[in-house]
Design a protein around this ligand. Structure first.
Ligand code: F6P
Length: 465
């Protein structure tokens, strides 16, 4: 029996997430698409002979099952109007900013909510129709918060778990949501609710008590309408071995060295790698770097910053604004501090392959991970896993899940520009001995918890008798 089949006690597994882990291949067929969650879950679904339910990303795409590399994929068709209302609207204009400390104002449109309900119902019907008897259903993320109760109504034989990849806000923020009770009731259809941080789990418990009258009958166990739901912390990780192996290879080492040469062989390469999202604090980080150059605390001949900003949700206005702002800041700083042929910020608005990303991590002497709020932030863990040389400094926002685990990082409040500047200088000037000691601590933490551990522990808890 495989380790995952053991965790699920041999029950078949159905995974559901907003996106199916595939994209179109050149010949019009399908191929597995890259991405952390996909890399984490694909082998688990494969080993358990499981299925995956989700959206292909296409408008009015197929609904017939796709069989790919031993996995049955069940596509949920989404119309253009639903992309606008369910995905861009309720999921990413209402929930996303609200769950990230209301860092931008959320829209509360009734039509977006209605579409969210419709699409959640479509997921629930499909899952109820295809799940084998006694299956384990593992739902992912904020797009599918009504699905647990909707599936439960149709199939009482299933074990249902939901994991939130993003933060869960304090009740004072969550209660702004006009449909707050419906969301909590939807989630309480689960047997197990998983969060990245202890605080997020506590926030959910408080919201369930205050907003729908659930009772905490034991630590982390809620009772509501005669049903029990466990609530716990399951911090996600990465495929540590994959990163470590790719980073240790000769090709990766050579490529990292080439990158350094191409950047003008600076003394220190600072690095930022983020989806271009307003929660990531990219603008503040760039401004802090620019001010350090203005003040002469950093030197454009010795210090360069590489900022990779991966395109994401490009049709959403707030993302377009964020991109304009970041690109303006990059332009201003380079305008002031670049020399001919040597920009001081190398900005890439691109999705890099792992073949480029891993050597870039290796080349990065200082990694800047400074979101205003982030569920976990896997880039921080990827950087540490890729630094097989035992060197490198991580500057990490206190407002990430990763900050709970990575004690060796320089922790910083990204809202405090002076603190951000000082953290960057501290990282750049850190003595080799201290760098290595801190990195050793972080590498021990990251390598002790592979993503397969995370999946096993969530599924094991979900399937406990
Ligand atoms: O971290 C939350 C999340 O929704 C992930 O599940 C996803 O990979 C990422 O953000 C990108 O989001 P989207 O699917 O909207 O491109």
């Amino acid at each position: 029996m495989s380790e995952f089949a053991h965790a699920t006690r041999n029950r078949p597994l159905v995974v559901a997430a907003n996106r199916l882990p595939v994209s179109r291949s050149g010949d019009g067929g399908w191929e597995p698409s890259p991405g952390g969650l996909v890399r984490a879950l694909w082998p688990i679904v494969q080993e358990t002979g499981g299925t995956w339910v989700g959206w292909t990303g296409e408008i009015d795409g197929p609904s017939d099952m796709i069989r790919l590399e031993g996995i049955d994929l069940h596509p949920i068709p989404i119309s253009a109007r639903e992309r606008e209302r369910y995905y861009e609207g309720f999921s990413n204009d209402t929930l996303w900013p609200l769950y990230h400390d209301a860092i931008r104002d959320s829209g509360y449109q009734i039509d977006d909510w209605t579409s969210y309900v419709d699409v959640n119902q479509r997921f629930a019907v499909r899952i109820a129709n295809i799940a084998p008897p006694d299956a384990v259903v593992w739902l992912h993320d904020y797009h599918l918060q009504l699905v647990p109760a909707l599936v439960r109504e149709q199939r009482s034989d299933l074990r249902i778990g939901w994991f939130n990849h993003i933060p869960w806000p304090p009740v004072e923020l969550f209660q702004r949501l006009p449909w707050r009770s419906e969301i909590i009731a939807g989630l309480l259809g689960s047997d197990l609710l998983g969060f990245q941080r202890e605080r997020a789990a506590e926030n959910f418990i408080t919201a369930a008590q205050q907003l729908v009258g659930a009772t905490e009958i034991d630590h982390g166990v809620l009772e509501h309408n005669g049903r029990r739901t466990r609530v716990g912390r399951f911090p996600i990780s990465i495929d540590v071995e994959e990163f470590a192996m790719a980073a240790s290879g000769r090709a990766s080492r050579q490529r990292a060295a080439q990158f350094r040469v191409r950047l003008g062989d600076p003394e220190v390469i600072l690095l930022g790698v983020d989806r271009l999202d307003y929660t990531k604090g990219i603008g503040s980080r760039l401004r802090a770097f620019g001010h350090l150059l203005d003040q002469g605390r950093l030197d454009p001949e010795r210090h360069v910053l590489v900022q990779v900003a991966t395109p994401t949700r490009e049709r959403v206005e707030m993302y377009q604004e964020e991109r304009r702002e970041i690109e303006q800041i990059v332009g201003e700083i380079n305008g002031r501090h670049a020399r001919l042929g040597f920009p001081v910020i190398h900005y890439l608005y691109q999705t890099l392959s792992l073949d480029d990303l891993i050597p870039l991590y290796r080349a990065g002497d200082v990694m800047l991970v400074t979101p205003f709020r982030d569920g976990m932030n896997l880039v921080a863990k990827e950087y540490v896993a890729a630094h097989v040389d035992g060197d490198g400094v991580l500057v990490l926002s206190e407002f990430t899940g990763a900050a709970d685990e990575l004690e060796g990082a320089i922790l910083v409040n990204p809202h405090d520009e002076r603190a951000l500047q000082d953290a960057i200088v501290q990282a750049v000037e850190m003595h080799r001995h201290e760098r290595r000691a801190r990195m050793e601590k972080m590498r021990a933490v990251v390598s002790a918890a592979n993503v397969s551990e995370w999946a096993r522990s969530f599924l094991g808890a979900l399937c406990e008798p």
